[in-house]
Design a protein around this ligand. Structure first.
Ligand code: FE2
Length: 240
């Protein structure tokens, strides 16, 4: 009982933290989960997490997606570094929390680090002209062929959406936003995003049994190359 109360306190602290700073890292998550419910592809997984943080959203027919280096194509499932991006861009959810649960971290020093950057100050510092450009133009973020085969689709629409309460949605992919080589307006905006990201990102190696949660359309995220082919984590999306 004591443990349960302690866990409830920790999760409630983490929920506050996520709401206030848009990301939180929970360590030793499995100690909070009933051992008989640890079946990674079951909707029951992370029940306690989802009870606290939001309901699981389906991704490619499953509730949880295994991120494991197995392809050379640019995607979460390659061993290559991932440039700053938001996930699940083609979906219209108002608020969405992404989670990365790690069961086997990269054993090598430089490998498999996740970086994350809250873009709130960057977005609020943009001129009205740039905001209008991002809010009114149609951009395309492409889904690669592997993801298309799983049912993903390209995103077509504005990159920025501002809500009346002052919050915003920012959709972005450094590599997968379609652009022309002479589209200097978008290219210089993209460079500004990367410069801000590299200045203010935090870098985390999600530990064994750790769960990193972040507000997907407020924070961008990226990853260093995976050096250890046994590196394994599970991605979940929660309705915020
Ligand atoms: Fe991602």
């Amino acid at each position: 009982m004591k443990t349960r109360n302690k866990q409830k306190e920790e999760f409630s602290w983490a929920k506050d933290c996520l709401e206030q700073q848009n990301y939180v890292l929970l360590t030793d998550v499995l100690k909070h989960i009933d051992h008989d419910s640890i079946m990674i592809d079951s909707p029951k997984v992370f029940k306690k997490v989802t009870d606290t943080f939001g309901e699981l959203l389906e991704q490619y027919g499953n509730s949880v997606y295994h991120v494991f280096p197995k392809t050379t194509l640019y995607s979460a499932n390659s061993a290559k570094a991932l440039w700053p991006h938001s996930d699940r861009n083609e979906h219209p959810e108002i608020k969405m929390i992404a989670g990365l649960f790690c069961d086997n971290p990269d054993r090598f020093d430089q490998g498999g680090y996740t970086s994350i950057c809250d873009m709130t100050n960057f977005i609020s510092s943009l001129s009205e002209e740039v905001k209008t450009y991002l809010k009114t133009n149609q951009f395309t973020i492409i889904a690669n062929t592997i993801l298309k085969d799983k049912g993903a689709s390209h995103f077509h629409g504005p990159l920025l959406h501002e809500f009346e309460d002052g919050s915003f949605h920012f959709r972005f992919s450094y590599n997968l936003t379609q652009t022309l080589v002479d589209d200097y307006r978008f290219l210089s905006f993209r460079d500004a995003v990367i410069q801000y990201y590299n200045t203010y990102k935090i870098v985390i190696k999600v530990p064994h049994n750790g769960l990193l949660l972040f507000n997907n359309h407020v924070c961008l995220h990226g990853r260093t190359d995976i050096a250890d082919t046994n590196r394994s984590l599970y991605r979940l999306y929660l309705k915020g």
